[in-house]
Design a protein around this ligand. Structure first.
Ligand code: ATP
Length: 235
């Protein structure tokens, strides 16, 4: 579904990603883990089109993504749930969800999507009339995920959904993702610093270190890897 090959990018003269290749098949749940500053957010920004690569290619369902304007990419089925949630604070929960449904498929599927989103994330139904800025961090994260789902994505990209959340709240988010994935077989690309949780939630992982892919494998392989155990799992 998503094929990234030899991708390099950065900010002005400053390189961040070097020769990154990532392949995701439809229905896979893939985690990209790594330390602060490794380039995880930069990778997502490049897929969304906020940043242009200096080298490499990205294809989505066989189409050259780099030839498609960033504003059109959500209409292809790519939803980016950004780092730090970035909900619209002065809009209600419902209005935030409506903003997510601005894609062609999101408009078409609104009625069935909103029912399922409320089923998966019931706190959004309870608080549908509340201003998003008054929600807790965990609730805002649920809203950011709901907003992504409202676009009817084929690929849901989540940038550190657990950031700044208490461990129990983060676990709740991971649990919801597992359930949504179980019910829909949606393709999910998750970027996380909480490596243990990410490698439990996803089925395949990449370790990104200093802008390069250091390791790749299914979750069992990565969790058994000595380097991963020492550097990220505290063993
Ligand atoms: P974090 O978890 O801290 O967000 P990350 O793996 O997502 O880490 P990025 O945010 O992609 O990392 O940042 C990679 C590198 O690029 C870092 O060294 C960061 O300082 C730098 N960087 C990020 N955004 C910019 C920017 N707008 N201009 C210049 N440098 C940037």
């Amino acid at each position: 579904m998503l094929h990234i090959d030899g991708l390099s990018t950065g900010y002005s003269a400053r390189p961040v990603l070097s020769d990154v290749s990532i392949h995701i098949e439809a229905g896979q749940f893939v985690a990209i883990v790594g330390p602060n500053g490794a380039g995880k957010t930069t990778l997502f920004k490049t897929i969304s089109g906020i940043l242009r690569p200096t080298a490499g290619s990205i294809s989505f369902e066989g189409r050259d993504l780099l030839a498609i304007a960033p504003a059109r990419r959500p209409h292809l089925g790519i939803a980016h749930v950004p780092e730090g949630r970035q909900v619209f604070p002065s809009l209600t929960v419902m209005e935030n969800l409506e903003m997510g449904a601005m894609t062609d498929a999101g408009q078409r599927d609104w009625k069935s999507n909103i029912e399922r989103i409320f089923e998966w994330l019931p706190v959004l139904a309870e608080r549908r009339a509340q201003f998003a800025g008054t929600l807790s961090g965990g609730q805002q994260q649920m809203l950011a995920i709901g907003r992504g789902l409202a676009s009817s994505p084929k690929l849901l990209m989540l940038d550190e959904p657990s950031m700044g959340l208490a461990p129990t709240t983060a676990d709740l988010i991971f649990d919801r993702l597992i359930e949504i994935r179980r019910q829909t077989r949606l393709t999910i690309l998750l970027v996380e610093q909480r490596v243990a949780e990410a490698l439990e939630t996803a089925d395949h992982g990449y370790v990104l270190e200093a802008g390069r892919i250091a390791l790749e494998g299914d979750k069992q392989t990565l969790r058994a890897d000595d380097r991963v155990r020492r550097a990220y799992l505290g063993m």
